[in-house]
Design a protein around this ligand. Sequence first.
Ligand code: ADE
Length: 240
Amino acid sequence: MEFDVFTLLPEVFPSYLETSIIKRARERNLINVRVHNIRDYTHDKHHMTDDTPYGGGGGMVMKPEPIFEAIETVLGAEPNLPIILLTPQGRVFDQNVAQELSQHPRLAIICGRYEGFDERIREHLVTDEISIGDYVLTGGELPALILIDAIARLLPEVLGDPTGAQDDSHAMGLLEYPHYTRPPEFRGWKTPDILLSGDHAKIDKWRREQALLRTLKKRPDMLEKTELSKADLKFLESQK
Ligand code: ADE
């Protein structure tokens, strides 16, 4: 999968992209991330990418010309390519949105700085606006890395484990069940016997119930949107 990121701060990206799973995914050509400096597409003496807002008021606004030119130069006329603007005004990113975006072979991601974007960028260039949550950051660079990370790990083969992202918290609409590893007892705190029993049917049932219980306690809102079996509903009823 190809990611084209447009930013005024390209130096933010390499350290994360050269780390761990994302680094390996890039080395194996499962993903390719190209980072483009919007400033390279300015033509004035001062390489201006922002300007004062018409109508006055504080803050600076990102100018349309460099962003249009950057996108058009890099992407050409590729049809149906999502051009995503990262902004607190966008639809909120979650596992479903990550899943949806992971179906595209290529994504363009625009990171903002300053107070905002010239509205013509929104109206005539971008095809999607995404927020990573209801808070305001100084720019879209961290959100871009979050999108790339969450999407990349959904792609086949990116995670070493073939069951990959299937059991993740959120992937199945529930928070994930608790995990334990060696030692079986640590400071007097024991691993639940069932996990050491070797009885995989019982372990699966216990994990499902723990996932339901966790979600009920920590994120009851998620239960409303998840498909639950009769056995799930009976278990939840017994916990009330
Ligand atoms: N830029 C600034 N804040 C943001 C947010 N919450 N999500 C996406 N992009 C942003």
